[in-house]
Design a protein around this ligand. Structure first.
Ligand SMILES: [Zn+2]
Length: 139
């Protein structure tokens, strides 16, 4: 089967490593740290194990990979042409879990912010991080 992705999209998808300390997450962490924010990481006691926890602001941040978390309408969220059903099910389950975590966190009084991997690309990262800091401070 032909590969329908452009090389750029493909290499982006290849970087969609799951789990802790991914590159997008590191970008956000480093920036926040440089701005004086102090945080906890991957707090297992909180629903969904948020990537970044800012206790002082009662705020958690999820840094989401567009593929794994099914970023709606995003050009980087392309369901593979093989094993499509399996992927769809898997990603839908992730989306479902994300929703549940956000609900539980909000009920517990946390502010929840999401950062999408695609918004950390070179042309967008500055705006994204500026907005993020504003959101943290103004909440
Ligand atoms: Zn995206």
């Amino acid at each position: 089967m032909a590969d329908v992705h452009s090389p750029a999209v493909r290499s982006f998808n290849m970087s969609r490593i799951r789990g802790k300390n991914t590159r997008p997450e590191m970008l956000v962490r480093r920036f926040l740290f440089s701005q004086g924010f102090r945080y906890r990481l991957h707090d297992k006691k909180l629903p969904g194990k948020p990537d970044i926890v800012l206790p002082r602001y009662r705020t958690v941040i999820f840094v989401h990979g567009c593929f794994w978390h099914g970023h709606d309408g995003c050009r980087y969220f392309v369901v593979p042409k093989t094993r499509t059903e399996w992927w769809t099910e898997k990603i839908n389950r992730n989306i479902d879990n994300d929703h549940k975590s956000v609900e539980s966190l909000k009920q517990a009084g946390w502010h929840v912010l999401n950062v999408w991997e695609c918004d950390l690309k070179k042309d967008k990262i500055r705006d994204t991080l500026t907005r993020l800091v504003r959101d943290i401070r103004h909440m």
